[in-house]
Design a binder for this molecule. Sequence first.
Ligand code: TXA
Ligand code: MG
Length: 314
Amino acid sequence: MTLHTTRLVPTAAGLADAAKLLQNGALVAFPTETVYGLGADARQGEAVARIYTAKGRPTFNPLIVHVADSTAAKTYVEWPAQADTLARLFWPGPLTLVLPLRAGHGLSPLVTAGLPTVGIRVPAHTVAHELLRAFGGPVAAPSANPSGRISPTTADHVVAGLKGRIAAVVDGGACDVGLESTIIGFDGPNAVLLREGGLPSEQIETALGTPLLGAQAGAITAPGQMSSHYAPKGAVRLNAISARRGEHFLGFGAIAGDLTLSASGDTAEAAANLFGHLHRLDAMGGPIAVAPIPMEGLGRAINDRLARAAAPRD
Ligand code: TXA
Ligand code: MG
């Protein structure tokens, strides 16, 4: 079935329309500071199931639940001291906490893929925040792109990928951070880094005063971290010093390309530009070469996404 996808402006009236659609079980894409999310009421199983259909997600990976503040989060999850420390410092912001579900949480089991835990976050984007307030409930939202493709950082990216498959997109401009949230879980008292993302992991280590465990070493993992992901149509070649014949070149720092992530070598600027530049190079068609990105600040998360974009596909 083809839907008419409405583009909503983030005024009080537009957000009231968006909230109403969510209440009715429809899918609404909305901006967060990381990437655009594809939202559904996290308590309605059918609405959540539509997310998987719209994205063409092959399996039921657990989704992140978005709430307006920590008080709302605590109604769904248990709240250890480390979570409180991190939430006080980094929420609202690009951090997802994976925590044990509380009894009577009311979330659809499709959100958690049947796990006893859920990933939860309070987004910092004003439009996301106002939408969550207007809706007044938990919103499950993966990135608003077809499964396996480049994540969306503008409403145009969302429309290009999902037009006809979702009810609406709230246009809130370009996302500031440009990379999905950093995901932290807990193995007993130890914090485990499940996904590098928009909050540099060293800031979390400084806040906790202990190093983060790696997901491989810990007992828990983040399901759905498929190796081929974020993929443009053409092949992607990493750590390139210059373009080969036919390649479009994505530069960084002193190595300029057809498009450059950050001429000054700033990894935060590069993160904000990453998916938008990949979308533009992808639209030109053909293979893409990417200059080396240092493993510092947001560089680790950028390299993680680039490695998945370059990974062999099924
Ligand atoms: O910035 C973001 O995080 C964006 C915006 C929209 O908020 N959302 C996002 O969602 O990136 P998604 O679906 O692409 O990533 C969700 C990932 C899953 O693949 C999984 O790795 C992890 O979150 N996750 C969710 N619930 C989990 C759980 N209970 N245990 C472990 N990992 C979980
Ligand atoms: Mg995604």
